[in-house]
Design a binder for this molecule. Structure first.
Ligand code: UTP
Length: 230
């Protein structure tokens, strides 16, 4: 018998909540997830986006500690997870797990487990890697509003290289090079470490393009960047 692929999607909050026709995007996204969940065992981790940044900035102005600001961010990621779960209807769950292992155990073909953050100190990309590790996932699909990995900010530098394939060590170099400016802009460093240690590939794609998302989840050719961890 052929084993069913296990796939974890890390979806950025700004992708999930485009701030224009949000319900339409989330409904369309949920339809794609429902469809592909018949073929793979799917877990989706939701980010916080602009709303979590609003709470974080406001909390900071109120004197909140880094730990407390992270806690605010986690609350928002869980609200976003609940929203997606509602859109999934019977294919989703009423409960939003708070532990990666619970999320990993809940999903099965035809049932999509959705969660947000876990604890302070990292982002939901790292949570996606933890879930992937627990369930032995083949790949993590990082659905952000950037369509691929570039050697530099493509808006600032038109000569930036766009990668279609790279190794996880090459990704590490880019992340660590960017450390001083904005370390988590591509993928959370803890998430990269977990993916490397557990040989989980990462696919960086534009989450607004639902056909691209579907291809990435199903292991088909993608337009984004395939990061090989093997
Ligand atoms: P995100 O995962 O959305 O992080 O969590 P991010 O880096 O701001 O978003 P992307 O990846 O660029 O889209 C929002 C915030 O919630 C806290 C962190 O403060 C994070 O920045 N958080 C989230 C945690 O502390 N722990 C978690 O497990 C998840």
């Amino acid at each position: 018998m052929r084993l069913v692929d296990k796939v974890v999607v890390s979806i950025g909050g700004s992708v999930l909540i485009p701030e224009k026709d949000d319900a339409k995007y989330i409904r369309d996204l949920a339809e794609v997830l429902k469809e592909v969940s018949k073929k793979v065992c799917l877990m989706v981790i939701c980010g916080g986006g602009k709303i979590s940044r609003y709470y974080s900035n406001t909390g900071k102005n109120l004197g909140g500690s880094t730990y407390q600001l992270d806690e605010l961010g986690i609350c928002v990621t869980r609200i976003n997870a609940k929203l997606l779960s509602i859109a999934l209807g019977d294919v989703g769950f009423d409960t939003i797990p708070v532990k990666p292992e619970d999320c990993a155990n809940m999903a099965s073909p035809g049932k999509v487990a959705v969660m947000g953050g876990t604890e302070p100190g990292h982002t939901t990309d790292a949570v996606a890697a933890m879930v992937a590790k627990f369930c032995g996932a083949t790949r993590i699909v990082n659905a952000s509003n950037v369509d691929a990995v570039y050697s530099d900010d493509p808006k600032a530098n038109p000569n930036a290289n766009r990668y279609s394939k790279m190794t996880i060590d090459e990704l590490k170099t880019i992340i660590y090079d960017e450390h001083i400016a904005c370390k988590s802009s591509i993928f959370d460093p803890l998430g990269v470490k977990i993916a490397k240690d557990n040989k989980i590939d990462i696919l960086m794609i534009n989450g607004r393009e639902l056909s691209e998302l579907k291809n990435a989840i199903l292991g088909n050719e993608i337009k984004g960047t395939f990061i090989n961890s093997h």
